[in-house]
Write a protein that binds this ligand. Structure first.
Ligand code: ADP
Ligand code: ADP
Length: 224
């Protein structure tokens, strides 16, 4: 079965002369890892937003886990996302007024099927430890952590609800090369253990060999 199946998927923002995004064919089996690259403005974030069901399908077809995204209402896409998708934003978006631990468990706020409180806390702590966040940081606000730690907390948060698909938008852009590589290994370990399908945007070409497939996006207008 396929995690992602796209065909003739295009997206244009209002007032743009050319489509921002054009994907002819994409078929990603469940559990596979997709690397997305392309220069700034080439539509990477737009693609991720479509895959996550944040942005509605405009033209072409997109199936996620067999679900035809074009047929879902905005509400249904939100529910689908809460159930199946973990998303790591480029800026992490940790909520500063919540502790690290509360941030990781935030998915429970949006899901019908909550983990029991105790079980949830254990899962959050186990994920944070696996991602090498020191225990004394669990009760801190995310903004008290280093950038590298914030990033790993964001990954723990995205993995907490055991998503079928993890989508990550340049999570390593603030890290140097060695730290990016170390981060990648931690992420891959979690993803492999859980059989999660991974969609990962990065400018760092050296990370590519960890992936099964690649999509290269081009800027509208053709430059590169
Ligand atoms: P990345 O390519 O790293 O994902 P972003 O998608 O956040 O980065 O944005 C790409 C770059 O293009 C950023 O520097 C942003 O400021 C710039 N940018 C995005 N949209 C516009 C726009 N409409 N006009 C001008 N610059 C833009
Ligand atoms: P990337 O992530 O590769 O940098 P984006 O998907 O963020 O690319 O943006 C692709 C293009 O769409 C850019 O030219 C950007 O300026 C434009 N764009 C992004 N978001 C919007 C928006 N909400 N309204 C209009 N144009 C947008």
């Amino acid at each position: 079965q396929l995690a992602i199946e796209a065909s003739q998927l295009t997206f244009s923002y209002p007032n743009a002369n050319t489509p921002t995004l054009q994907i002819e064919q994409l078929a990603l089996p469940i559990g596979h890892k997709l690397f997305v690259e392309g220069p700034s403005g080439s539509g990477k974030s737009t693609l991720l937003s479509l895959l996550a069901g944040i942005t509605p399908v405009q033209s072409g077809s997109l199936k996620i886990l067999g679900e035809d995204m074009a047929k879902l209402s905005g509400r249904a896409r939100d529910a689908f996302r809460a159930e199946h998708i973990g998303y790591v934003f480029q800026q992490f978006n940790l909520l500063p007024y919540l502790s690290v631990l509360e941030n990781v468990q935030i998915a429970d706020t949006f899901r019908h099927k909550k983990l029991a409180a105790r079980q949830g806390k254990e899962r959050a702590m186990q994920l944070l430890s696996a991602l090498q966040i020191p225990q004394e940081a669990f009760s801190k606000s995310g903004i008290e952590l280093s950038v590298g730690q914030q990033q790993r907390v964001a990954i723990a948060r995205a993995l907490y609800a055991k998503p079928d698909i993890l989508i990550a938008d340049e999570p390593t852009s603030a890290l140097d090369h060695a730290n990016a590589a170390a981060f990648m290994q931690l992420l891959l370990k979690q993803v492999n253990e859980q059989g999660t399908t991974l969609v990962y945007v990065s400018h760092d070409e050296s990370l590519r060999l960890n992936f099964d497939q690649m999509v290269r996006l081009r800027s509208p207008g053709g430059a590169q």
